[in-house]
Design a protein around this ligand. Sequence first.
Ligand code: C2O
Ligand code: CU
Ligand code: CU
Length: 424
Amino acid sequence: SSTGAVDCYELTIRRSTAEILPGIATDVLTYGGHFPGPVIHARSGRRVLVRQHNDLGMPVTVHLHGGNVPSASDGNPMDVFAPGTARTYVYANRQPHASLWFHDHAHHMEAEHVYRGLSGTYLLTDDLEQSLPLPKGRYDVPITLRDARFDERGQLAYTMSDRNRTTVLANGRPTPYFEVAARKYRFRLLNGSNLRLFALSLSDGSPLTQIASDGGLLERPVAVPVLTLSPGERADVVVDFSRHTVGTRLVLTNTGPGRPEQVGKVLAFDVVRTADDPSSVPEVLRTLRPAAALPKAAVTRDIELSMDEDGRPDPRGFINGRMYDPDRVDTTVAFGSSEVWNVTNSNKRAPHNFHLHLVQFRVLERGGRPAGPTETGLKDTVRVMPGETVKLHVTFDGYRGDYVYHCHMLDHSAMGMMATFRVR
Ligand code: C2O
Ligand code: CU
Ligand code: CU
């Protein structure tokens, strides 16, 4: 692809209906009428323009989650565009391959908008990724997982902090099954839920082979018996169905601890045919700087996430004791500098996670111990369980401007657990 090459997409943000439950038309919000959202394919170094038309009747803003994007195209919560207007987002893709996603970010409305369908997939690839013999084409499948609650009429019910979103959707359908060949597949998993943490495992007891996290490939594949994904996090896994004979059904199950409704079938794979398999998973996928060789941190900051836990009907979310105020800059960082952020969840029961716009960071420690192998790649979202502290190494590269960081349990960010950082 030559310099200056550009790919253009045009989408209309509008209401539509989708058959999610059999025989029922459910009202949804969509990018271009698609539920689940569309998939945009991009390549590092090649620009993508996405022209978004707002036919929703209310303000929207579109954020490319995980993207290193100029502030004007980042989809800041206050940078909305009005009903009846359009906005062109420019993505330069000056970053390596990664499985990204885009979603609504309109202040106070993001949680409900995403819940009702404003979420799409953005697959950024590059020469390094393409050169590897990993499963490709139809054997490389993006899967967005999320939960939902349906009312008696089969419509999506939304109230903030709803504990009863007990239906799990995979690519927009409840417990679907995929017909697969007896060979290796790459699944790009995204947790697109507002609040739910997934803990995923395979019914035959074999581990998932995780090859990538939020910001692209890990250094090496990791065998993961139970894959944890908090809202907004991504993990690419390879599953080898050649161990199974045609006719076998394998189930991806949510084995998460906690409330009983969190445990259950997420989706099923039916092995329906044999196939040649030229793909393989290399022992080394990419090279990343070891933690000890990362640029020296100029500043260390403490970030505290918390929310009301006293059962009030309208709980508030805080970062360092303050609710989100779009007119306040909470943190100013120097362009190009590196910092260490110690992010603590000071709640007793509520899990949180932590997401920064603009950057891919590294997780140095979790709970005072070196991060495990699935978290040592590039990350933009990281879970922080009650009482826990994660230590992050962040380099503020790419662009100057104002961006947000927040808990990506979107009901929490909508209740105030969000703040602004300025790269200067
Ligand atoms: Cu998916 Cu502000 O984030
Ligand atoms: Cu984001
Ligand atoms: Cu939270």
